[in-house]
Ligand binder design. Structure first.
Ligand SMILES: [Zn+2]
Length: 68
């Protein structure tokens, strides 16, 4: 995967949404008390089909798969 800022190719940091499930400790009303890090799991790592934003200039970045 290659992610490029369309405004400046020297911008190398991007934000993107990953999907993560968490195990929570909750109280008797179901309110979260603590997140159990050892039981958290990434269900979707960002890939080229996700929307990336350049954190240096806030524009939408262009992502491509390596084999394209
Ligand atoms: Zn940028």
């Amino acid at each position: 995967m290659k992610i490029v800022c369309p405004k400046n190719k020297d911008h190398k940091r991007f934000s993107v949404t990953a999907h993560v499930t968490e195990r929570w400790l909750v109280d008797e009303e179901g309110a979260v008390v603590e997140i159990v890090p050892a039981d958290s799991e990434v269900t979707h790592r960002p890939d080229a089909d996700d929307l990336f934003e350049c954190v240096e200039c806030d524009c939408d970045a262009v992502s491509t798969w390596d084999n394209q």
